[in-house]
Write a protein that binds this ligand. Structure first.
Ligand SMILES: Cc1ncc(COP(=O)(O)O)c(C=O)c1O
Length: 457
């Protein structure tokens, strides 16, 4: 028998225990050289001169030269509780000292605590979770589950949506990522999304009768056997360019999905965990009760974790022989996710996201008044989009200008995201741990960047 004293030993953090190569001070140039030599070019960075970040605190990042940046993109919509929140760091350290990994072949406390908490914050009726490592994997798992349950192959996804990069998730995505030829996997169909700024039917809301939503019936009737396994959609498209349909879009689509026997999957990889303000999930703003929610990104606050939560009657059919993930539900990631949920609850982030998001959106709308390059401002809570155009009438996407604006912002210490089929939408998806002063500073920088870029228009 092992001595209990050994098992309960707590490791004291000592600098000399850290691998020397990690603790060394590198310049940005040195790191870029290593990357060039050893990294597959499938990894690409933002900016002409990519930044090397070494530290973060709240919504601020510090680069290797000591320069600070306000991060309005949270990595990619991920560090929802900000960088290095004390409770988050303490929980990860605490768990790491006890048990980083064992598989879900065994019970662990963090996995059980996490799924219980997820059921508490999920919309009504959703109670059974399955935990994996990435958003793509979560979507694949949810889709496999509904296909098995319905014995139907048809999945309907939305145009300009994004659901990940594994085989099926990539094929369900149409946000401009299909870069090499692949045959469509059988059963995937697309329907229009409610993109009012560029309505696919050339109409204007509210006088349009939501043709984009009703079109789903046409897709199902002409391209399936008049029954579907599921419809999957983001409540606000992220990668596609922060596109938010009117709430009725979701109600109409949900009704049609039910008429044809399908399940409604809300992909909340970006919209989950309070990002849209006041509610835990984006779909809760639409009046639709989903059958399954998939989640990732903010879920772990930066530590990889993803999963789905489902109605029990669907989940019960998805059994131990159907799926497995070596790292899925590992104690370290689950503990981090528990800390994220607690921070969001204890620090009232749902209200904070609504309040600060409202302030940020109002400021963006003011910038729209002053700048002809801003075609549209949209989104909700801390998930906002600013679509840039070369001409307000033709709505020609301002693609090069977007890159210039990003570079100017970087020079002045502001990080923003890029999205949309043409890469002309500024994505503002900051940590919920943001201050009003940071918002003011960020808006001044954006104002300057718009001015500078417009001179060349
Ligand atoms: C809405 C949505 N779903 C799924 C994914 C895939 O997540 P991951 O990159 O963790 O596989 C993403 C990633 O950006 C996403 O935005």
């Amino acid at each position: 028998m092992r001595s209990p004293a050994k098992l309960s030993m707590v490791i004291v953090m000592k600098d000399e225990l850290i691998p020397k190569d990690l603790a060394k001070k590198y310049t940005q140039k040195e790191i870029l050289e290593i990357e060039k030599k050893y990294l597959a070019p499938a990894v690409g960075h933002y900016y002409e001169h990519p930044v090397l970040f070494v530290e973060g605190k709240g919504a601020l990042l510090k680069d290797s030269t000591g320069k600070e940046y306000i991060d309005l993109f949270a990595g990619i919509c991920t560090t929802i509780t900000g960088y290095n929140h004390p409770k988050y760091v303490a929980t990860i350290q605490w768990q790491a000292e006890r048990l980083v990994y064992t598989s879900s072949l065994y019970s662990t406390i963090p996995y059980a605590v996490l799924v219980k908490q997820l059921a508490e914050i999920a919309p009504r009726g959703l109670s059974h979770s399955f935990i994996v490592n990435s958003g793509s994997e979560a979507n694949e798992a949810a889709l496999a589950m509904v296909r098995k349950y319905t014995e139907n192959p048809y999945i309907i996804a939305c145009q300009r949506g994004y659901h990940g990069r594994t085989t099926l998730a990539r094929e369900l995505s149409s946000a401009g990522w299909r870069t090499f030829p692949e045959a469509h996997p059988p059963g995937v169909r697309f329907t229009p999304y409610g993109y009012c700024y560029r309505c696919p039917f050339g109409k204007e809301h509210p006088g349009c009768d939501l043709e984009c939503a009703h079109y789903l019936r046409e897709v199902i009737r002409t391209q399936t056997n008049k029954a579907i396994a599921a419809f999957i959609a983001e409540p606000i498209q992220g990668v596609g360019g922060i596109i938010q349909p009117p709430a009725e879009y979701f109600k109409i689509v949900h009704e049609i999905v039910k008429e044809y026997g399908g399940f409604y999957i809300s992909d909340e990889v970006q919209t989950g965990f309070g990002r849209t303000g006041k509610k835990w999930w984006g779909i809760q703003h639409t009046g639709v009760e989903p059958d399954i929610i998939t989640m990732a990104k903010g879920f772990g606050g930066g530590i990889p974790i993803a999963g789905f939560i489902s109605r029990p009657e669907i989940a019960v059919n998805y059994t131990v022989t159907d799926s497995f993930a070596t790292f899925g539900g590992n104690p370290l990631s689950c503990a981090a996710a528990v800390a994220v949920i607690e921070i969001i609850r204890d620090e009232n982030y749902l209200e904070k996201a609504a309040k600060l998001g409202g302030i940020l959106k109002k400021k963006m709308e003011e910038l729209k008044e002053d700048h002809k390059i801003v075609g549209d401002v949209r989104g909700q809570g801390m998930m906002l989009g600013v679509e840039l155009v070369r001409d307000q009438k033709t709505k020609e996407p301002a693609i090069q200008e977007m890159l210039m604006i990003m570079e100017t912002c970087r020079e002045k210490g502001l990080l923003i995201g890029k999205g949309g089929l043409d890469g002309n939408v500024i994505r503002l998806q900051p940590p919920l741990e943001l201050t009003e002063m940071q918002i003011d500073e960020a808006c001044t920088i954006l104002d300057d960047a718009f001015k500078k870029t417009e001179k060349g228009l």
